[in-house]
Design a protein around this ligand. Structure first.
Ligand SMILES: [Zn+2]
Length: 125
């Protein structure tokens, strides 16, 4: 009689252990799925953000006006005139004296006539 009880207790013990093991495995799988979802949501959001911002960058680059090159040529041409010539005169206005900035320090013709150069460039199309 006691042998049968021991046998039943042994089977019950094995079943309980198996149930515990299955429970642990299932819990682990659920935990892994939860972690995967938690990781996938921010990664997916980041991936979407990267794709959208890359498309926006492409759109901005495509809309850059090509006439910027020609206005740069005009600026370079005007800036070449705003230099001191061999005799020390300003090539822009012909003044023989050094130009001075608002603090009284000598400045280059280019810096002194910057506003006039910009004004000449503005209406050019
Ligand atoms: Zn000048």
């Amino acid at each position: 009689m006691s042998r049968v009880v021991l046998r039943v207790a042994q089977i019950v013990g094995v079943l309980v252990l198996a149930g515990l093991a299955i429970g642990v495995v299932l819990g682990l799988v659920q935990w892994l799925i939860g972690v995967a979802v938690l990781v996938a949501v921010p990664v997916g959001a980041w991936w979407l953000y990267q794709r959208i911002s890359a498309r926006n960058a492409n759109a901005v680059r495509g809309s850059t006006p090509p006439k910027a090159v020609t206005s740069g040529d005009r600026r370079a041409e005007l800036e070449r005139r705003a230099v001191l010539d061999a005799s020390g005169r300003c090539g822009w206005c012909g003044s023989a004296t050094l130009h001075k900035d608002e603090f009284g320090f000598p400045t280059t013709p280019l810096a002194f006539h910057r506003d006039e150069i910009d004004a000449k460039l503005k209406p050019s199309t």
